[in-house]
Design a protein around this ligand. Structure first.
Ligand code: SAH
Length: 350
């Protein structure tokens, strides 16, 4: 049994392909030996491409106003208890300046699907950021938009776009989202983003409600085929104001296992040890990196709004998670043999 799983790891390393059934087999046979072998291989492959450098991204949570009603998300339109805010462009530029001075060379604008962010308003913000910080990358994570809108944002200078696919199974998608959101549309957005030329990131939550190991195996097949430049996976963490209150067991370990699979599948992929992973395990970021991740995304949002961008409860927002404490993050990375790079941290093609 273990022998077969080890054989599959070897096959994935050699061919960068497994069938969905084979991914499922690996997930069902996650023994300590399999986990350790996979993690060691993943770290080796990451170091061959990115050395011992960890890329950092300054996360600006630009708005928690959202027109969507994702059942798992704390800033869903359904959450009447959520106090809403939106940063002004001036606040965003100030965040970016602070981040630049700290050593960030990528800014991520993430937010709810806030209708205020029309192309007319976003294009000048992106242009301004790119003019003020010409050596920096701008990543957007603003949800589903039209192809024309994505084109306008790309032409304004945005370099990357994060849009988690959430689940590769349309039936599972339907259980996590209200009827006005469509799996097909989200997948089409990802296609559009990639075709337009963004470095594109998909991804999913680990331990999301109703998720099975077969769902995850299908996610892996989707990622293998789509071949994104980035992939964000992190544990699902319940938010008290949503309908999903149960905490899934073991999602941090499973996340780390999946990070290793993704690294061996796509040695060049940009793979964050996410805030959610750091939030449920104080050593989560370190464990993620020691499983093959090579990116961390500290929070650059103004302190007064940080409490309000609550996708889930107990989200890390201080300590090494705060961009201002980069020294502490640097120390933690050094303690496991890594260094933070002052660099845009682009995807390195072969
Ligand atoms: N609105 C944008 C970006 C913000 S949400 C979008 O839809 O892309 C960013 C990600 O947070 C989501 O893609 C989801 O995977 C994750 N997320 C939302 N709620 C979460 C929860 N309760 N636990 C863990 N991750 C969550």
């Amino acid at each position: 049994m273990e022998h077969k799983a080890l054989g599959l790891i070897h096959k994935l390393d050699e061919t960068h392909h497994l069938t969905t059934e084979e991914y499922l087999y690996l997930l069902q046979n996650r023994t300590p030996e399999v986990t350790e072998t996979l993690a060691a291989l993943a770290v080796r492959r990451a170091k061959e491409v990115y050395g011992n450098k960890i890329f950092i991204r300054g996360l600006m949570e630009v708005s928690n106003i959202c027109r969507n009603g994702c059942h798992y998300c704390g800033i869903s339109r359904e959450n009447k208890a959520c106090q809403r805010y939106r940063l002004t462009p001036e606040q965003m530029f100030a965040c970016a300046q602070e981040g630049y001075d700290l050593g960030f060379r990528t800014f991520v604008m993430q937010g709810g699907e806030d209708s205020w962010f029309t192309d007319q308003r976003l294009v000048p913000i992106i242009r301004h950021l790119k003019e003020q910080f010409p050596d920096c990358a701008v990543t957007l994570s603003l949800g589903e938009r039209s192809r024309e809108s994505y084109e306008a944002l790309f032409d304004a200078g945005a370099d990357r776009y994060l849009l988690r696919h959430e689940t590769a199974d349309p039936v599972h998608y339907g259980k996590l989202h209200p009827a006005d959101l469509s799996w097909e549309h989200r997948m089409q957005c990802l296609q559009d983003l990639h075709e337009i030329g963004f470095q594109t990131g998909c991804g999913f939550m680990v331990g999301s409600p109703f998720q099975t190991l077969l769902n995850i195996a299908k996610d892996l097949t989707y990622i293998e085929e789509f071949s994104p430049e980035m992939c964000g996976i992190g544990p699902f963490i319940p938010h008290r104001d949503t309908i999903f209150r149960d905490f899934p067991a073991g999602s941090a370990d499973l996340t780390c296992f999946l990070l290793s699979i993704l690294r061996v599948m796509k040695p060049n992929i940009l793979l964050p040890a996410t805030t959610a992973l750091g939030s449920i395990d104080p050593m989560g970021r370190e464990k993620g990196i020691l499983s093959g991740a090579n990116v961390v995304m500290p929070n650059l949002s103004p302190p007064e709004v940080r409490d309000k961008y609550m996708l889930y409860n107990n989200k890390l927002r201080t300590g090494p998670e705060a961009a201002q404490n980069l020294i502490s993050l640097q120390n933690r990375m050094q303690s496991i043999g890594y260094e933070i790079a002052v660099d845009r941290g682009d995807f390195q093609a072969n």
